[in-house]
Design a protein around this ligand. Structure first.
Ligand SMILES: Nc1ncnc2c1ncn2[C@@H]1O[C@H](COP(=O)(O)OP(=O)(O)O)[C@@H](O)[C@H]1O
Ligand SMILES: [Mg+2]
Length: 381
């Protein structure tokens, strides 16, 4: 018998779903588009003032015609001030949607952060990004938090000179500066990101620059206002390895200079090993393991993390065939509530058929969501 295609739904069902979706998203949009959103709805307090960001049970869903995509489904982690947190996982596990939720840039109206809090410590105040009005986000984005995207060509406008594009960012957030001061600041930024011919590059168009140079421009733009938080979504994936190393060095150096925090999103464990203080491992919209970089690399517990580590080539170690985790990330539409990884897991046990495992802490910082760690997790408590 042919296997039933689980992704197939009839036109009638689809119409019904889209009608329901419209109702749900309309409600969210109406709430968001109110004229005056009182401050107490979005000004809050950090649980720990040492943190720059606190993700607290965040759910970001896409209401599509084939069903609700739970792209981020209950994610919690912290980004301490001045630290780098690496978020890793295969493609499609919700890393980008997590970072877009941080900046309230999820594709609306179908994409909505439906519950949870993202508390952001801007230095002067603590904002819950999930409920913040558009005007507040405008003020924060670029100024207090900045994003570096994977593909620098799409992040830059091809018809404007790169200098003018950086000028514009500074002008928007520092209206008190004169044109002369702004230009000097832009050139200073170009120097800071390691561009030798600053004045020349200032008046070039994006297409005249190489990929690595364009990414430097994007970094200069992101850092122009010295943000508290830098969200870098696969910043080096489009670049070759030597340029990648240079860009990472640059990020690390700049981070120390302006003492900001970095949320580094990548599928590349090598990058994380080099950069991150803390690691968050995501799988199908959930955090399956998190801890300090040392804990995750020296003592990975979740079979998924162990698989990721095994599939990373190690210099000086000879293997016949590089390991790859069998299967692929499940489609996050209408997911049942059991461990999503169990069908790909070679350490699966009887109890894994039960509901999604709880968070088991095997140290104060090291959390694993796998039944294999249940006993140890409970001992620790
Ligand atoms: N605009 C969108 N509409 C519907 N589904 C989306 C949208 N953007 C992302 N998704 C889904 O959300 C899930 C997570 O995607 P993403 O965060 O981009 O993964 P990655 O970890 O590779 O960055 C994927 O299953 C993807 O198909
Ligand atoms: Mg992505």
């Amino acid at each position: 018998m042919a296997k039933k295609n689980v992704n197939y739904i009839s036109a009638k069902e689809s119409r019904k779903i889209s009608k329901e979706n419209r109702k749900i998203t309309k409600e969210f949009e109406a709430k968001r588009n109110r004229k005056h959103i009182p401050e107490e709805e979005y000004i809050t307090k950090m649980k720990n003032p040492e943190n720059c960001v606190e993700f607290d049970d965040v759910h970001t869903y896409f209401f599509t015609d084939i069903g609700t995509v739970k792209a981020v489904d209950g994610v919690s982690f912290n980004v301490p001030q001045g630290k780098t947190v690496g978020i890793v996982g295969e493609s499609g596990c919700g890393k980008s949607v997590t970072s877009l939720s941080m900046l309230q840039l999820v594709q609306r109206p179908q994409g909505q952060t439906v519950s949870g809090e993202i508390r952001f410590n801007s230095g002067d105040e603590c904002v819950n990004v999930v409920n913040a009005p558009a005007s507040k986000m405008q003020e924060l984005r670029g100024n207090k938090m900045a994003m570096i995207f994977q593909e620098p060509m799409t992040a830059l406008n091809p018809v404007f000179r790169v200098g003018a594009q950086i000028d514009e960012v500074i002008k928007l957030h520092r209206p008190e500066m004169s044109d002369e001061e702004i230009k000097n600041r832009t050139i200073e930024m170009l120097g800071m990101v390691g561009i030798a011919n600053k004045e020349g590059v200032y008046s070039m168009y994006p297409h005249e620059l190489s990929g690595g140079m364009r990414q430097r421009i994007c970094i200069a733009m992101a850092l122009a206002c010295e943000p508290k938080l830098i969200v870098a979504d696969e910043p080096t994936t489009a670049l070759d390895v030597t340029i990648q190393a240079q860009i990472l060095d640059l990020l690390r150096d700049l981070k120390d200079r302006i003492n900001s925090s970095i949320m580094l999103i990548t599928h590349d464990l090598g990058v994380v090993a080099e950069m991150a203080d803390y690691v968050v491992v995501m799988y199908a919209g959930r955090v399956v393991e998190k801890g300090t970089a040392r804990e995750i690399f020296k003592d990975p517990r979740h079979p998924y993390t162990i698989g990721l580590m095994k599939s990373k080539p190690v210099v000086g170690q000879k293997v016949d065939e590089l390991y790859s985790i069998p299967g692929s990330v499940p489609n996050p539409v209408n997911m049942p509530d059991y461990c999503y990884f169990k069908d790909r897991c070679d350490m699966c046990m009887e109890c894994c058929n039960g509901e999604f495992p709880d968070e088991y802490y095997i140290s104060d910082t090291h959390m694993v969501r796998c039944y294999r760690c249940k006993e140890e997790g409970e001992r620790h408590e």
